[in-house]
Design a binder for this molecule. Structure first.
Ligand code: BV8
Ligand code: ZN
Length: 248
């Protein structure tokens, strides 16, 4: 794979790396992105299923969707792209991984500095009082209710129309403005406020790299955009950095 001298210089000098991942990095692990939902779910709009209204309208259907996705995420394995990011974390003095994904494949790949902007699909909590709910979710008879207040139990993801965790969101904006290298990997950069991060990084002087087999609305703002699959190019970038450090 060809890399420009400019890109090599950036990799050599980078001290503070910010990585933003979207559903595309988990595609090669067999997990669908929102856009290419298929099969049984094709007749539903994920934007409706992943929303409070959708849950209130049909909690049983929304729970079925999350239980199916939870099982798929459990059965999936981190791919070469996830594993490369785990190596990358150890190649820079400062490295933060903010993910829009809820599948926890970055945790299983071995990254440490992970921030989940949209929650995770494995945990549950009470919609009313927020209490975590650790029992198995069995929706055969009824939707589980909170043992403390009787509220409905929901998956611990951030739904459309819901605020992101305030501490993680403000940290992401601060770090995006202070990084010198920003990698936007496998995201359509269409879901806000996460999609704002690469623009903020660019406006504060970071070198912004996009990795996506397709063009996105962000492509023209990136310093460099690789029309590549993350599981292919990320291991190449790790190898390049190791070679650059070896001969430095
Ligand atoms: C908020 C968890 C405000 C759930 C997710 C109108 C009505 C309601 C809201 C809005 C509205 N207009 C704007 C909004 C705000 C809304 C928004 O931005 N909507 C967009 C669609 C316009 N945002 C919100 O609602 C957020 N909250 O704004 O609150 C507020 C303020 C005050 C008070 C109250 C509220 C909450 C957003 C979080 C939603 N939850 N996930 C779950 O997973 O079930 S978002 C979900 O969709 C994913 O996490 C992902 O981030 C996003 C997009 O999904 P995908 O398309 O699958 O993924 P992605 O975008 O990453 O694209 C995949 C990419 O991968 C593609 O580009 C593809 O080319 C690429 N790819 C494919 N293969 C590969 C690859 N890349 C690399 N390698 C490959 N091999
Ligand atoms: Zn409760």
């Amino acid at each position: 794979m060809f890399f420009t001298e400019e890109f090599k210089q950036i990799l050599k000098q980078a001290k503070n790396v910010f990585v933003l991942t979207g559903a595309g990095i988990s595609k090669e692990s067999g997990l669908d992105t929102f856009r290419d939902v298929d099969g049984y779910w094709a007749k539903y709009n994920p934007m409706e299923l992943a929303s409070l209204e959708g849950f209130f309208d049909n909690p049983h259907l929304v729970w079925l969707w999350y239980l199916e996705r939870r099982a798929k995420a459990n059965a999936a394995s981190p791919n070469a792209g996830h594993l490369a990011l785990a190596e990358l974390e150890n190649l820079f003095p400062l490295f933060d991984l903010f993910t829009q994904n809820v599948d926890r494949l970055h945790h299983r790949a071995g990254n440490k500095n992970i921030y989940e902007l949209h929650g995770n699909i494995f945990e549950n909590h009470c919609l009313t009082c927020g209490l975590p709910y650790f029992e198995d979710i069995d929706i055969e008879i009824a939707i589980p209710h909170c043992n403390s207040c009787g509220g409905l139990i929901r998956p611990s993801v951030v739904w459309f129309g819901e605020e992101l965790p305030a501490d993680i969101l403000s940290l992401s904006f601060t770090k995006a403005q202070n990084c010198d290298l920003f990698l936007a990997i496998g995201t359509s950069a269409e879901v806000y406020p996460a999609a704002q991060l690469p623009y903020n990084a660019r406006n504060h002087g970071a070198y912004v790299v996009e990795i996506n087999p397709n063009e996105t609305s962000f492509t023209k703002f990136a310093n460099i955009s690789f029309r590549e699959s993350s599981n292919i190019i990320l291991p190449e970038i790790v190898k390049l950095i190791k070679d650059l450090k070896k001969y430095d």
